[in-house]
Design a protein around this ligand. Structure first.
Ligand code: GN1
Ligand code: MG
Length: 365
């Protein structure tokens, strides 16, 4: 591996020699390494080397173009803001492509911490503010310039249609083992798909959204515990504002991990939800339409069902999309997300109330 890293580093003209590396296990799709270089003067510098999964992202060059456009926009508008810095080859490319599934990019490592789970409500509020700011920063960016990296990425209705088509095909003979999960998703199919249908009908503004707002996609300063930069821009595309909100609370307000096998531990924490609301809504409230604000809770439920159906779909079709650490991993993930979605529905009224209170509080400021 260090040999491959060395060759890639040379193409990106990194000074010095790679010393060591470790694997970053956060992502479910790309392969990510933190590599330490020894500079010619003996000092050390860290980089992120990332191999893009070209089965999932079949147009990686376009992704790198999108990222370039988005980071340039933010950097131009907010010159003092930290943005991601990608290295370039002698030909001026921010990627190298060395044959099939060998698409690499290299960026500077940002010394920081990330939170996979977090009980500190002020950090959760700051995460909300970071994703809200990110949306604001791109509010005047022309989404038509962006290549749609994964078409219909958050088209929940289509995701569910795909799931049920694969249920009918049952290509791996696993469908009989997941009848309860399928029955539950079927029972909420219309409700979960409703916002995506309304979006397709033009009822909500088309925003430029992040589309993968897990809390570990915000880098925090180790000492101040303040956000430094939003990362993982692979899926920045036109989308619904409230789905970024929903995806974030799906992750951060879960009392357990995204793939927790013990469903007793899985619930939706209303205090964490309130903290995230405060941060996010505080940033975006003046820019959102009333129908968007009114859909924040439903979006949280919808995207949780959407992700459950994507995990289940992957399980039914043979675990080809998400990395799995053990054979039933996608099924465990599905069950966890379904348990969470059920709890969101159970608490829907209280959550709607929290959104209203937050909107009122931040508007009075
Ligand atoms: C994938 O690889 P990662 O962790 O950045 C997925 C997201 C899911 C997430 C669930 C391109 O993101 O949509 O929400 O896993 N990304 C893609 O953990 O499918
Ligand atoms: Mg991602």
């Amino acid at each position: 591996m260090l040999d491959t890293i060395k060759k890639i580093g040379e193409t990106f003209r990194l000074p010095g020699e790679p010393d060591s590396y470790d694997v970053i296990t956060n992502g479910n799709i790309n392969a990510t390494y933190r590599v330490t270089y020894r500079n010619p003067d003996g000092s050390r510098k860290n980089y992120i080397f990332q191999r893009i999964n070209t089965t999932v992202f079949s147009n990686p060059v376009q992704i790198m173009q999108n990222i370039d456009l988005v980071t340039t926009h933010i950097r131009t508008k907010y010159p003092n803001e930290r943005t991601l810095h990608f290295h370039h080859t002698a030909e001026g490319k921010n990627y190298i492509s060395a044959g099939e599934n060998a698409f690499w990019r290299v960026m500077n490592w940002v010394d920081s911490i990330t939170f996979d789970t977090c009980d500190d409500l002020s950090v959760i509020e700051a995460t909300g503010a970071a994703f809200g700011r990110f949306q604001n920063q791109l509010s005047d960016f022309d989404g038509a310039k962006l290549f749609e990296t994964i078409p219909d990425f958050h088209n929940t209705k289509k995701r569910l249609d795909t799931l049920f088509a694969h249920v009918a095909e049952d290509p791996c003979g696993r469908v009989s083992t997941v009848q309860d999960e399928i029955a539950y998703i079927e029972s909420v199919r219309e409700k979960a798909g409703a916002l995506s249908v309304r979006y397709a009908n033009g009822e909500f503004p088309v925003r430029v959204t992040h589309n993968d707002t897990k809390s570990n996609n915000v880098l925090f300063d180790r000492e101040t515990k303040m956000p430094i930069v939003v990362i993982d821009l692979d899926t920045v595309m036109p989308g619904m504002a409230m789905y970024d909100f929903g995806d974030a609370v799906r992750f951060i307000a879960n009392t357990a991990a995204e793939d927790e096998p013990d469903l007793q531990r899985v619930s939706f924490d209303t205090a964490k939800f309130r903290a995230f609301c405060k941060g996010f809504i505080g940033e975006v409230v003046s820019g959102l339409t009333q129908p968007e604000i009114d859909s924040l809770v439903l979006a949280s439920f919808s995207i949780t069902i959407e992700l459950a159906s994507r995990f289940l779909d992957d399980y039914i079709t043979g675990d080809k999309y998400f990395k799995v650490n053990y054979p039933e991993h996608n099924l465990v993930r599905t069950r966890c997300q379904l348990a969470l979605a059920k709890d969101i529905l159970r608490k829907q009224d209280a959550l709607e109330q929290i959104v209203r209170e937050t909107v009122r509080a931040v508007s009075e400021k």
